[in-house]
Design a protein around this ligand. Sequence first.
Ligand code: MG
Length: 372
Amino acid sequence: MLAPYAVAHSLGRRHPEPSHAYRNDFQRDRDRVIHSRAFRRLEAKTQVFTRRYSDHFRNRLTHTIEVAQISRTIAAQLGLNVDLVEALALVHDIGHPPFGHAGEKALDSAMRLHGLSFDHNLHALRIVEDFEQRYAGFRGLNLTVEVREGIIKHSRDYDAAEYPELTEYVLESRPPLEAQLIDATDEIAYTTADLDDGFEARLLTLDQIKDAVPVFARFLGDVETVYPDATKKLQFNEVLRRILDRWIGDLIGNTQAEIHRARPSITTLEDIRACPDRLVRLSSEIEKERRGTKQFLYQNLYFSPALESEKDDAERVITALFDLWMKHPEKLPTSYQEKAGAEPLARVICDYIAGMTDNFIYEQYDRNCGTS
Ligand code: MG
């Protein structure tokens, strides 16, 4: 049952295509994303931990699957279009460069020296619009306008004056709830997952988390009462699933309340678009809890000395390759050399690097700049 303000159907694709016999437009977009090369490469891109730590930590692909799973559950409860939500969740990180956040920062810094910048949402749009080549009739994946809009608008607002190339996505209006949901889910998914991987990597201890994250301490008390003999790891898991459940339950309940509060002015998708604020959000109490947890992760995990060498690698490897190709564009693959005729060389190099997996960029570094 779709809510009256959900996205009921697509307004179309850039290149019109006949409808499919048994898949709707958003199901087809989901499938096109899953079958893309950029999607497969997420498997070898760092989320937070590189392979140096363990093979069973999250990477960009498994993170993406977790976001899709949580998003589908919430979307169904809110009466949103589950197929659109799933397509948006699966595509949401497709524009991320190698080396996680550190890679994004290093690539952006390299671009700024040439008066340009790197933004993973804009890069994702270039991937699905241009770089993916699977179909004889058009470049890119020819995704629906709703999925392309969601790629741009799910996590932040872009200023129409600064991004004239994005005019078709009506930057002054809010995205549908389906797109708004992705950002909220992303935050919940990685905050809980990073606690999990950080604990598993022994970079975070139970006591350390308990002392700094009140909701964790509270649930740990409950779990120790119910399962006093369980191992620390199982107790940790039980706490984490309670936190995840609490935050997801709150996101569903609070979003319903926000929509209700905004009534009667919100009954249609157009009302959602015209609304001054995004409506998918946690209650202020839980938002505070989530922020506190995220801050704990920043202080104790993301900026911990243990992850420092990964960050140094990201900067060193990306900067060295970027500089090398700026000076010697003839060392780029032929297809990229040809692109440099139509676009600034820095943009072409950026696109090439952003598409690389962690493994591939190390190989390139070893081959071109000596051993890493
Ligand atoms: Mg993400």
